[in-house]
Design a protein around this ligand. Structure first.
Ligand SMILES: Cc1ncccc1-c1cc(O)c2nc[nH]c(=O)c2c1
Ligand SMILES: [Mg+2]
Length: 215
């Protein structure tokens, strides 16, 4: 029995999902975490909203804050057009190691790059160290306490331009009240609220989409 929850999830996927099939990986993570052990993936219900926003944005460069086991990175990467890429930031090295294997197993490793470290250090280095000019889509799913600071950092580093889309998980549970206040009142975002439920639960949660209107 693998020691860590995240390793047990990876083991289940390796033993039951179809290798090279990102949808199968996503489905099996959802199956394990709804039937066996809860874990904090965005999940299938909020995942369908994530899919819809990714499809309507059709992004070339995606930034994800909070990789965890690679569920949403796999979910997003499966929808990306050839030549597009997803950079995902994870500060926990053990989770990053699991995510790397999950993404590899799903066969989306050519589109996904895992950046190990904290967002406040990595975001300012995206242009210089990772050759990013602008990001078209940002999935914010790391720590709600960092949502606002990292959004301001993306603005200050000129990583988001007019039309860039932010999508934040957990704006109801655990909750990100200062982020909602900021994007809804600063005047630089067009916001849309998507009520849903916490992954694998009937607790209420929601996603907030914030489309940048420019500085
Ligand atoms: C862990 C947890 N327990 C009870 C209720 C919600 C959560 C929870 C759910 C999530 O989707 C999260 N996403 C990113 N980062 C988190 O910390 C996080 C925490
Ligand atoms: Mg989340």
């Amino acid at each position: 029995m693998a020691q860590r929850l995240e390793e047990r999830i990876l083991e289940y996927v390796k033993q039951h999902a179809a290798e090279g099939d990102p949808q199968s990986v996503v489905d099996h993570i959802d199956k394990y975490c709804s039937q066996n052990e809860w874990a904090m993936h965005v999940g299938d219900e909020k995942g369908l909203i994530l899919d819809q926003v990714v499809k309507e944005t059709n992004p070339t460069i995606v930034l994800e804050l909070g990789t965890y086991c690679g569920y949403s990175a796999t979910r997003i990467a499966r929808l990306l057009k050839p030549g597009s890429r997803l950079l995902t930031v994870e500060m926990n090295p053990e989770n990053a190691a699991v995510a790397k294997q999950m993404i590899q197993f799903a066969g989306v490793q050519d589109k996904v790059e895992i950046l190990e470290g904290s967002t406040e250090v990595i975001i300012p280095s995206l242009k210089t160290k990772y050759g990013v000019d602008r990001v078209d889509f940002v999935f914010i799913d790391h720590f709600s306490e960092r949502y606002t600071a990292d959004t301001k950092l993306l603005e200050e580093c000129q990583l988001i331009k007019k039309g860039s889309v932010l999508l934040a998980d957990n704006v109801v549970f655990p909750g990100a009240p200062d982020f909602l206040e900021y994007v809804r009142t600063c005047g630089r975002y067009d916001c849309t609220y998507y009520p849903s439920h916490l992954e694998y639960s009937d607790k209420l949660d929601a996603l907030e989409k914030a489309v940048f209107k420019g500085p």
